[in-house]
Design a protein around this ligand. Structure first.
Ligand SMILES: Cc1cc2nc3c(=O)[nH]c(=O)nc-3n(C[C@H](O)[C@H](O)[C@H](O)COP(=O)(O)OP(=O)(O)OC[C@H]3O[C@@H](n4cnc5c(N)ncnc54)[C@H](O)[C@@H]3O)c2cc1C
Length: 448
């Protein structure tokens, strides 16, 4: 996507509540929006502010979708879905955050400390060997780019390595692949495309999170909208004259609809489309990957780790195990947030909370010694089991590319499409979801 187009879209996104251009028709067209996540709310906001009659249909009893601020610890709101505005400069979410007067604080990967497991220290490991790993993976991706057929990131790396690695080097490589790719894209290195993995864009500037919770942003966008919560869509019929959407107990009719269902939900085929979706869209749904990133918040009665750090990294012989932690000590909370991505996340999602906490404590003891206190509370996500997401966010799986995202975004008759997976440049992010929503609204407005 060219910079000028991106600027244009970003400009469109500024202060949506200020946009007013009521349509002149006596009875304005009616529009259903399926899903009250960032994509759906962005679309609804834009269209509502243009004077159109918009109804948002949402399965959950809350808005925000994969933005979900938990109030289980009332004085410490915790984001179970998205936490950060990734790259706040020119990012449309920054404008929304300013308008919503939502406090933000920055975190930096440069403000991190590495903790090395004793088993690796015994082997002489002193660091992550990042420069060498980066060189290796860059070489692997370069070679894979010249292949006639796409392969996985792991296969690309294996082709370059082409020999058994010693345990220390293997642990460093696993650490690099997990922290740089799996935690970022939420897919496994065995599934991520080597040819299209980097086909996305980023905003510059700091990563910032919301001490009072990301949910402030969807709530700001949703003001005054017609929201129907607890409405689980089961079928969408789209014809020449309109759209009919059925939920467990209601039937909604409108002139047009914007579908923002997560890729994970579309993959499950739990919603019946009539007529069936075009083959290119079905192929895109099948081809793109839906990844998994899970969070575990551990709350302690006091901070036992260095207070001013943002990130704590753990280099261990166990691939993908508690590799990255975020500290909330800076905002006065004795809370650590650990992540699991991809295959490891799928495995630990089946564990009990108790087993997961025990494993986390083992890792933290390896980092800080046996004298650390037990947590006084925990909040653990299981996004793969969430029936209204079935995963965390999309990634380019082997054989898939941004062409699939474009096919997913393409309108089918009276159905318009949005959602993070439909955005080529910023897939897998809140801003990608938001921009996809304003894009769908804009294309619909063009024909009205
Ligand atoms: C753990 C995690 C961490 C993340 N971290 C970040 C981050 O730090 N920064 C960032 O930018 N992005 C992050 N993301 C990604 C970001 O949250 C998503 O890209 C974005 O929120 C997706 O918005 P969306 O509107 O496309 O989809 P959603 O938010 O999923 O909205 C779709 C809506 O459709 C609803 N729905 C589903 N099925 C039905 C049905 N049958 N009937 C009616 N409604 C239905 C859902 O309930 C949902 O509300 C993270 C995601 C996760 C899971």
């Amino acid at each position: 996507m060219s910079l000028s187009r991106r600027r244009f879209l970003t400009g469109l996104a500024v202060s949506p509540l200020l946009m007013h251009r009521p349509l002149s028709a006596d009875s304005p067209p009616t529009i259903l929006i399926i899903g009250a996540g960032m994509a759906g709310l962005a679309a609804a906001r834009s269209l509502n502010d243009q004077g159109l009659k918009v109804t948002v249909i949402e399965a959950r009893e809350r808005i925000g979708g994969r933005i979900h601020t938990s109030r289980v610890w009332p004085e410490l709101p915790m984001d179970l879905g998205a936490s950060w505005i990734h790259g706040q400069r020119q990012n449309p979410i920054t404008e929304l955050a300013k308008a919503a007067q939502a406090k933000r604080i920055s975190t930096s990967y440069d403000n991190a400390e590495l903790y090395i497991d004793a088993r690796l220290k015994q082997l002489g490991v002193q660091g992550t060997n990042e420069t060498a790993m980066e060189k290796l993976v860059t070489q692997a991706l370069k070679q894979a780019a010249n292949l006639a057929t796409d392969i996985s990131l792991q296969a690309a790396v294996d082709r370059v390595v082409n020999k058994p690695l010693n345990p220390a080097y293997q642990a460093q490589l696993n650490f690099y692949l997990n922290s740089t790719y799996e935690q970022e894209y939420s897919g496994s290195t065995k599934e991520i495309s080597a040819q299209t993995v980097d086909d996305n864009e980023e905003f510059s500037g700091a990563d910032v999170l919301f001490p009072q919770g990301y949910a402030q942003i969807p709530h700001y966008l949703a003001q005054g909208l017609d929201l129907r919560l607890g409405q689980i869509v089961s079928s969408i019929h789209y014809g020449n004259t309109g759209v009919t959407v059925k939920t467990q107990d209601q039937t909604y009719q409108a002139d047009y609809a914007i579908v923002t269902l997560p890729l994970g939900v579309l993959k499950r085929k739990t919603i019946q489309f009539n007529p069936p979706l075009p083959p290119a869209k079905q192929a895109a749904i099948q081809g793109l990957g839906m990844g998994l990133l899970n969070k575990a918040y551990l709350r302690f009665d006091k901070v036992f780790w260095p207070k001013d750090l943002d990130w704590l990294e753990y280099l261990s012989p166990d691939a993908g195990r508690w590799v990255e932690w975020v500290s909330f000590a800076k905002i006065g909370a004795p809370v650590l947030l650990g992540f699991h991505a991809a295959e490891r996340a799928r495995e630990v999602e089946t564990w009990s909370d108790q087993a997961l906490i025990a494993d986390a404590m083992q890792a933290l003891k390896a980092m800080f010694g046996n004298a650390i206190p037990q947590p006084v509370g925990a909040q653990i996500t299981r996004w793969a089991q969430d029936p209204f997401a079935y995963g965390s966010y999309s990634f380019n799986a082997v054989g898939s590319s941004n062409q699939d995202r474009q096919a997913l975004a393409k309108k089918s008759g009276r159905l318009y499409w949005a959602g993070e997976a439909t955005h080529s440049a910023y897939a897998g992010t809140v801003h990608g979801a938001y921009l996809s929503g304003t894009r769908a609204a804009k294309s619909l407005l063009k024909i009205l």
